[in-house]
Write a protein that binds this ligand. Structure first.
Ligand SMILES: C[S@@+](CC[C@H](N)C(=O)[O-])C[C@H]1O[C@@H](n2cnc3c(N)ncnc32)[C@H](O)[C@@H]1O
Length: 209
């Protein structure tokens, strides 16, 4: 938890309480359903919470922003972002029902009112969002194809609307057709060895294929 405060020192008491509660909630749920690996649960704040919050270092969502988390799994990056941005609306989607059961319980345990979940493949989700966030779900061209038509145009005249994807490694081949894609190194925000090769890819609306 100290790690979160180190990089996000202006949290409210409520947010601190919610971030602290994550550890027990995930530990309890992991005993019943394995949503987070053993190693990762021991380093939950580094590997999941702080990693998810890397998106917030790239874009600070304004109140009322609609965000879709595709393939949220156990709730990442959606849940940490929903704690950080309580005035934004989050829709967390996954194609595996048991993972969403855990997400629903964690959301209820935290008292988060800004999160909705749906058990579905993202291709079947209808609706428009200002941003689509994700981590470790699909190769970028496949992902872009899945979410085509789901990003709202001209909402608040925000040219940044689009995809924010947490990825690692060499992305040159994957991103070669997306000229306006911007890649942010998470090591420039977080001084921790874990983030050495980790990045946030921002694909604004205009660059969608
Ligand atoms: C490797 S896990 C990543 C989970 C989470 N984003 C994280 O980083 O911890 C990939 C998740 O994407 C989900 N998924 C894969 N394809 C999907 C699709 N087309 N629609 C919705 N969810 C999908 C899987 O069920 C799985 O939970």
């Amino acid at each position: 938890m100290d790690l979160i405060l180190k990089y996000f020192p202006n949290l409210t008491d409520e947010q601190i309480k919610q971030f602290k509660a994550l550890e027990d909630l995930y530990q309890d749920w992991n005993l019943k359903i394995n949503v987070v690996s053993r190693k990762d649960i021991d380093e939950l704040y580094l590997r999941h919470v702080l990693h998810s919050l890397g998106i917030a270092k790239v874009i600070e969502f304004k109140a009322g922003t609609r965000i879709l988390d595709v393939g949220t799994g156990g709730g990442f990056p959606g849940i940490p972002l929903a704690i950080l941005f309580p005035d934004c609306n989050f829709h967390l989607v996954d194609s595996i029902a048991k993972k969403l059961k855990v997400v629903d319980e964690v959301v209820a345990g935290l008292g988060l009112c800004n999160v909705k979940t749906t058990h579905s493949r993202v291709e079947d989700i209808e609706g428009q969002y200002d941003f689509i966030v994700s981590r470790a779900v699909a190769y970028m061209p496949t992902f872009v194809h899945w979410v085509k038509g789901k990003i709202a145009k001209n909402q608040n005249n925000n040219l940044k609307n689009g995809i924010l994807y947490l990825k690692g490694g060499d992305l040159s081949e994957e991103l070669q057709t997306y000229e306006t894609a911007k890649v942010y190194e998470l090591s420039s925000f977080f001084n921790e060895p874990f983030f050495e090769t980790k990045k946030v890819v921002h694909l604004p609306l205009k660059s969608r294929g």
